[in-house]
Design a protein around this ligand. Sequence first.
Ligand code: NAI
Ligand code: A1CAB
Length: 268
Amino acid sequence: MTVTAILGAGVMGETLLSGLLRSGRDAGDIVVTGRNPQRVAELVERHGVRSLGNAEAAAAAQTVVLCVKPQDMEGLLDEVRDHVGPDAVVVSLAAGITTAFVESRLPEGTSVVRVMPNTPALVDQGMAAIAPGSHCTDDHLAEAEQLLSSCGRVVRLAEKHLDAVTAISGSGPAYVFYVVEAMIEAGVVLGLPRATSTELVVQTLYGAATMLKETREHPTVLREQVSSPGGTTVAALRQLDDHKVRAAFVTAIEAAAARSRQLASGTA
Ligand SMILES: NC(=O)C1=CN([C@@H]2O[C@H](COP(=O)(O)OP(=O)(O)OC[C@H]3O[C@@H](n4cnc5c(N)ncnc54)[C@H](O)[C@@H]3O)[C@@H](O)[C@H]2O)C=CC1
Ligand SMILES: O=C(O)[C@@H]1CCC=N1
């Protein structure tokens, strides 16, 4: 079995790690690194994986996954530059960081894949997009695809789309949780116990998402099915339109994509 090194195992690194283990990968084939020794010890204890320094982990692995924040990427690449093997594939999860950025800081010809995953991977419902760098072979892209498919769906896209993907599915769970918080709060304002409001909202979200996925109906059709003429739903939707909530979502997601493009410098 090949070794996978997860460099900078924070939220996303542990999410990927746990997905790999659930999909049957041997813990002995996974190496993690981190800045905080206590955090690394927890990961070793919780998952039975090995821990090493960045350089040793990069040298030992055929798949090197870069899971640090975009601002920490340059420093990490400096540490591993002389240790990544010529046949290894380097997979970067960082928002904004381009394959060109990673390639330019590693030995000429290194195979790099840029990935944008999301946190629902923690429950095997992730959505990830992957894009090949300029030296990435089909085999290496397939390897990255297999890595990510251990915890959800994967699409292959040209790298020019990755900032948009970051803004939609990378950050997307946060928008959904934000709406959920607002709906729970509204239930409480209307006098529901908080636990009841939470249960109603979470199951409604789960049911609506399942309908979208299973019926494959357009969301407009599904929304119209709920909206009785002169009824309660249209009264609420009218308020959302008056408050320009739809336009706010578009503007917000444009801001996320713009921020992703800014992060490309690795210092922003
Ligand atoms: N959290 C999310 O929903 C998503 C995050 N991402 C990307 O994943 C990357 C990681 O994000 P999170 O896991 O949320 O951040 P995090 O802060 O939880 O994890 C990053 C980890 O890297 C460690 N670290 C920093 N420099 C290091 C170094 N030189 N060597 C070893 N470890 C080092 C930190 O101590 C930390 O534990 C980011 O680049 C982010 O853009 C991508 C998609 C979704
Ligand atoms: O907020 C961020 O920058 C990261 C990238 C996508 C989700 N979280």
